[in-house]
Design a protein around this ligand. Structure first.
Ligand SMILES: Cc1cc2nc3c(=O)[nH]c(=O)nc-3n(C[C@H](O)[C@H](O)[C@H](O)COP(=O)(O)OP(=O)(O)OC[C@H]3O[C@@H](n4cnc5c(N)ncnc54)[C@H](O)[C@@H]3O)c2cc1C
Length: 360
C-alpha cells in the first residue's frame, strides 16, 4: 500500500450531498480536495426526494441549480390522516428531485471546480487516516460524509428497541398525477408510520415511508404493508392504485433518527447523517447534509478546528432535530395525528410555522 503525503489536501469520504458540498467549497477556495467514494457511478439513494426552499438556496450558492436539473416545483403541504386532510402553503417554493439527479449534479459540480474523485471503499478510519480497500489515505483534515453507512472506528450508536426503517417505491408517471398530487408534498400519516409522496423530474411519484420495525413485522413484508395501508386509508389507496404489478421496493434498516454527534476527534469533521439524523418526515436531511458540508469546509478554511466546529454544528442542529422528532412522534400516534391535522386545517399557518422551525 502506498501512503499519501502528510501535507496532502483535505480528504472527503463520501460523495453524497454532504461530501460534495464540502468538496465544492474547498475546491472553489483552491484547496483541491480529494473526494473518495466506493461507487464510480452515481446511484439513487433511498430518499423522499423533497428539497426545501432553504436547501435549494444553499445548492444555488454552490452553483447547482435544482430547477436546471429538472426538479418538480412544490408549493403546498398536503396532510392526510384517517378521513381527514389539511393543506398549507410552503414558506417558499421547494422541489422534488430524485437522488440520482441531485447527486449527479453535485458530483459534476465538485469535479468541475477542482475536486478529484477517487474510487475506494473505506474499511476503517482513525484521525488522520482512512484505510481503504485500495490504499491508505492520510491528511490532517478528514471530512466524514458516508451518510447512513458507518465506518469502523467511527460508528454511531445504534438504537436497540424497535428501530425506524425506510421504504421507497416509484409510481411511474401518469397524466392523473398533475391533478392528484400536483405541486404538493404529501404526508400520509398512519399508525406507527408515514408516507411522503412528491413528483420528481421524470413525472414519476416518489413514495417514501418511514416506519417502525415492529409495524413491518406485523404486516408480513413491505408489499403486504403497502397493500394493507391502501385498504385502510382511502387517500393513500387513490395513489397506490398507480403502482406497477410487481413494484420494486427499496428498503433501509435502522435509521437512528434524532441522533446528533456529541463530539469528534481533532482533524475529523463529521458531516450530514454522520453529524445529525433528522426524522425524514421533516424533509431536511439533505438540508443538514449540505449546510454541514458548507459550514465545515468554511471553518477549515478559516483555521477553526474540527472539535470546535462540531460542537457548534451540534448546537445548531439540535433545534430542528428536536422539533422534527416531536412532530414525527405525534404523527405516528393516530389520535395526535388527527388532532394536529384538525388544527392545521383550521389554522394552516401552524403547519407553515412547523415547517420553518424544522429547518437547519
Ligand atoms: C426514509 C427516508 C426518507 C428521506 N427523505 C428525505 C427527504 O425527502 N428530504 C431530505 O432532505 N432528506 C430526506 N432523507 C434524509 C437524506 O436522505 C439524508 O439525510 C442524506 O442522504 C444524507 O446525506 P449524506 O451526504 O450525509 O449521506 P449519503 O447521501 O448517504 O451519501 C453517502 C455517500 O458515502 C458513500 N460511502 C458510504 N460508505 C462508504 C465507504 N465505506 N467508503 C466510501 N464511500 C462510502 C456512499 O456511496 C454515498 O455516496 C430521508 C431519509 C430517509 C431514511
Amino acid at each position: 500500500m502506498c501512503r499519501e503525503d502528510p501535507l496532502s489536501p483535505p480528504l472527503i469520504l463520501g460523495a453524497g450531498p454532504a461530501g460534495c458540498a464540502a468538496a465544492i467549497v474547498l475546491a472553489e477556495a483552491g484547496r483541491a480536495p480529494i473526494l473518495i467514494d466506493r461507487d464510480a457511478s452515481v446511484g439513487d439513494a433511498l430518499c423522499g426526494g423533497f428539497m426545501s426552499w432553504q436547501t435549494v438556496a444553499n445548492l444555488r450558492a454552490l452553483g447547482v441549480d435544482a430547477e436546471g436539473l429538472g426538479a418538480h416545483r412544490v408549493e403546498r403541504l398536503a396532510l392526510f390522516a384517517g378521513d381527514r386532510s389539511a393543506q398549507a402553503r410552503l414558506p417558499d417554493a421547494a422541489w422534488g428531485l430524485s437522488r440520482h439527479a441531485l447527486d449527479t449534479g453535485l458530483r459534476a459540480r465538485a469535479l468541475a471546480v477542482g475536486a478529484r474523485l477517487e474510487i475506494d471503499r473505506a474499511r476503517s478510519l482513525v484521525p488522520g487516516m482512512i484505510e481503504g480497500e485500495r490504499r491508505e489515505w492520510q491528511s490532517d483534515a478528514i471530512f466524514l460524509a458516508t451518510g447512513k453507512h458507518d465506518v469502523r472506528g467511527e460508528s454511531r450508536p445504534r438504537e436497540a428497541a424497535d428501530p425506524a426503517l425506510g421504504l421507497r417505491v416509484r409510481l411511474p408517471g401518469h397524466p392523473d398525477f398533475a391533478s392528484l398530487i400536483g405541486d404538493a408534498i404529501e404526508l400520509h400519516l398512519f399508525d406507527g408510520a408515514y408516507a411522503g409522496i412528491v413528483l420528481q423530474e421524470d413525472g414519476s411519484a416518489n413514495v417514501c415511508l418511514a416506519l417502525r420495525k415492529s409495524r413491518l413485522a406485523r404486516e408480513g413484508g413491505p408489499l403486504d404493508l403497502l397493500n394493507a395501508l391502501a385498504e385502510r386509508h382511502p387517500a393513500f389507496a387513490e395513489r397506490w392504485r398507480y403502482a406497477p404489478d410487481n413494484p420494486v421496493i427499496d428498503t433501509i434498516g435502522s435509521v437512528p433518527y434524532g441522533w446528533i454527534a456529541d463530539g469528534t476527534d481533532p482533524g475529523l469533521y463529521r458531516l450530514g447523517d454522520q453529524a445529525a439524523v433528522i426524522p425524514s418526515l421533516a424533509g431536511e436531511g439533505m438540508g443538514i447534509a449540505i449546510a454541514s458540508g458548507q459550514s465545515a469546509a468554511q471553518a477549515y478554511l478559516e483555521g477553526k478546528g474540527a472539535t470546535d466546529w462540531q460542537r457548534e454544528f451540534s448546537r445548531r442542529a439540535a433545534r430542528p432535530v428536536t422539533i422534527a422528532e416531536a412532530i414525527w412522534k405525534a404523527a405516528e400516534t393516530p389520535a395526535l395525528a388527527k388532532f394536529g391535522l384538525s388544527a392545521a386545517a383550521m389554522l394552516p399557518a401552524l403547519a407553515t410555522m412547523a415547517m420553518r422551525a424544522s429547518r437547519i
